[in-house]
Design a protein. Structure first.
Lengths: 312, 270
């Protein structure tokens, strides 16, 4: 059983369906990215799983607690970083954390606050008002607030949104650290690179779940692997030889570059290179076509648009 | 845990209250302004309007009720009886202090948190709605109440300075003490509770202030009822009124919890 289990989880706002029939499992210690365009239901999903809003259909269990029952117990074992840091600008960093720590069963609040201020690199600025902090520092302080009670599951709603590259990098570094410490993280983001960099699996939603897998598996699902052979000079004979090979499904010639689709990219590659060399082809490089997560995401979204159009 | 959470809210709210110059000035200066203003009105009425007011049938009725309630006042000259009547209104005038502070402070308590986004983070903690609302109410009501008591002391001091000290014993009746130590706390809590309800329901602080204003009218009515002699608040009546307000406080807390919709707050204030 996963640490997060949802079954048919849905949420309607009057006539609008924000989240529809979401069924997924997140394992303990896993970092899962929730991708989707604006209005896809990412924040609504996080709010439901964090027990802030109730689902209108289906159910979910987070860290052993049903999200629609005894929310207080659920809140003791989850941490949440909201879209905006939501800090008290007139209170110091230390007081901000002490206040939130005061709602959890923490024995020694001062030492816990100290630990997380140090972890986030804010200890030296602990007595400064949160309102004087940069965006990145505010986000780190908000992250400390979400982590301070050492939750089993951490929900991060667009944690690097609106941050400059340096501040975003700092926040990502902290998320990596949490991942290494075994924290289960459920992260919503628009940043595909960030999702791939930080997460074990990626869930793409557009009201309903479109895909849930590792980035690599998603690539394989939507794009066939292609081997790129760069020759010293264009040679139509080599392309013809390659096309005749029994394990080649497709071969395209683009100048001195051959783009070849194999039955088994790993196993057939040495035989392919041998055949080219035997045909007197001068090989400069052999590589694999790299598809970005963005390409996967855009294809998924296009497919969804087509499905939507057909359904209507 | 509940006590710890509420005292946690109190500490945070006080931290914010006294780092905001506007709120700090409101809490510390407004009570003295209210007391000073009403004493000035009474002095003017006593100095320049005494005879005209004594001739009024409205004040005659009120004076009769006063003399029934405080027979020691019978021995005083008519003008001083009028002054005792006016000074006796102070037990209700003092109620305006927590109400006005509540309108100035409590109405921002939830709206501000909605606007800064801190409320959503707060809703993800194990704090219960009633703990949050009670904490916010007490955080405003306690300083407002303390300042009301300080103002009562200030009132007695000014009365003495104006040479009316001999009348103080006719003002410091059991009804006055019941009002100060039972009715005023109950009204302070109710005012802040209404302010917090307004703040949790309204889209901005102005809307919240309109809701909280509801409580001003019954208090003005109390002053009007007594000063016109319709009802004189004897100790028993004051006690009953205080108990009714305590019951309303409990109902208001339940209503506040019911009206505080976590979902709409999270959804509508992004």
């Amino acid at each position: 059983m996963g640490i997060i289990e949802t079954s048919g989880l849905s949420r309607r706002f009057k006539e609008v369906i924000a989240v529809d029939d979401l069924t997924m499992t997140v394992e303990s210690g896993e970092v899962l990215a929730l991708l989707g365009p604006n209005g896809a239901g990412k924040t609504t999903t996080i709010r439901m799983l964090a027990g802030i809003i109730r689902p209108t259909g289906g159910e979910a269990i987070v860290a052993g607690h049903r999200i629609d029952r005894n929310v207080e117990k659920l809140h003791e074992v989850i941490g949440m970083l909201t879209e905006t840091p939501g800090l008290y600008s007139r209170l110091s960093a230390r007081r901000n954390l002490e206040y939130f720590a005061g709602f959890y069963p923490i024995d020694d609040v001062s030492s816990r606050v100290e630990k997380y201020l140090k972890l986030m690199g804010l200890w030296e600025r602990r007595e400064d008002k949160a309102g004087t902090f940069s965006k990145g520092m505010k986000q780190r302080l908000a992250l400390a607030r979400a982590l301070m009670h050492e939750p089993k599951v951490l929900f991060l709603d667009e944690p690097t949104s609106g941050l400059d590259p340096e501040a975003a990098g700092e926040v990502r570094q902290l998320i990596r650290r949490m991942r290494e410490e075994g924290c289960t993280i459920f992260l919503s983001t628009h940043n595909l690179g960030e999702a791939e960099m930080l997460c074990n699996r990626i869930a793409v939603i557009q009201t309903r779940l479109l895909a849930l897998d590792t980035a690599e598996s998603l690539r394989r699902r939507f794009f066939r692997r292609k081997v790129i052979v760069e020759l010293e000079s264009p040679d139509p004979n080599i392309a013809a030889v390659v096309r005749e090979l029994p394990f080649v499904q497709e071969a395209k010639e683009e100048g001195s570059r051959l783009s070849i689709e194999l039955i088994d990219s790993e196993r057939n590659r040495p035989e392919l290179v041998r055949a080219i060399v035997e045909a007197r082809g001068k090989v400069i490089t052999v590589s694999e076509e790299q598809y970005t997560l963005e390409q996967v995401y855009l294809r998924l979204m296009n497919e969804e648009k087509v499905n939507d159009t057909q359904a209507h | 845990m509940t006590r710890r959470r509420i005292s946690n809210i109190l500490r945070k709210e006080w931290g914010l209250l006294f780092t905001d110059p506007n709120s700090a000035l409101l809490v510390t200066l407004l009570p003295f302004a209210v007391v000073g203003q009403f004493i000035l009105y009474f002095w003017l009425a006593f100095r320049f309007g005494g005879e005209g007011m004594l001739g009024s049938s409205v004040f005659q009725t009120a004076l009769e009720k006063l003399l029934q309630a405080i027979p020691e006042a019978t021995a005083l000259p008519a003008s001083e009886q009028l002054l005792v009547l006016l000074l006796n209104q102070f037990q209700f005038i003092l109620l305006l202090i927590p109400v006005m502070i509540a309108i100035g402070i409590a109405t921002f308590s939830i709206v501000d948190e909605k606007l800064t986004g801190s409320l959503e983070a707060l809703l993800a903690t194990p704090v219960r709605t009633w703990e949050l609302l009670l904490g916010k109410t007490l955080a405003g009501a306690i300083p407002a109440l303390l300042m009301t008591w300080v103002s009562a002391g200030f009132f007695l001091m000014v009365v003495s300075l104006l040479g009316w000290g001999n009348l103080s014993r006719l003002v410091l009746t059991p009804s006055w003490f019941l009002s100060l130590f039972l009715l005023t706390p109950a009204v302070a809590i109710l005012s802040f509770m209404l302010g917090v309800i307004g703040s949790s329901r309204a889209k901005d602080s102005k809307g919240a202030q309109n809701i909280a204003l509801i409580i001003v009218f019954p208090i003005l009515a109390l002053i009007g009822i007594q000063v016109t002699g319709i009802i004189w608040f004897t100790p028993l009546r004051t006690l009953l009124l205080a108990l009714v307000i305590v019951a309303v406080d409990i109902i208001a807390l339940r209503a506040a919890v019911h009206l505080f919709q976590r979902e709409s707050i999270a959804i509508q204030w992004r």
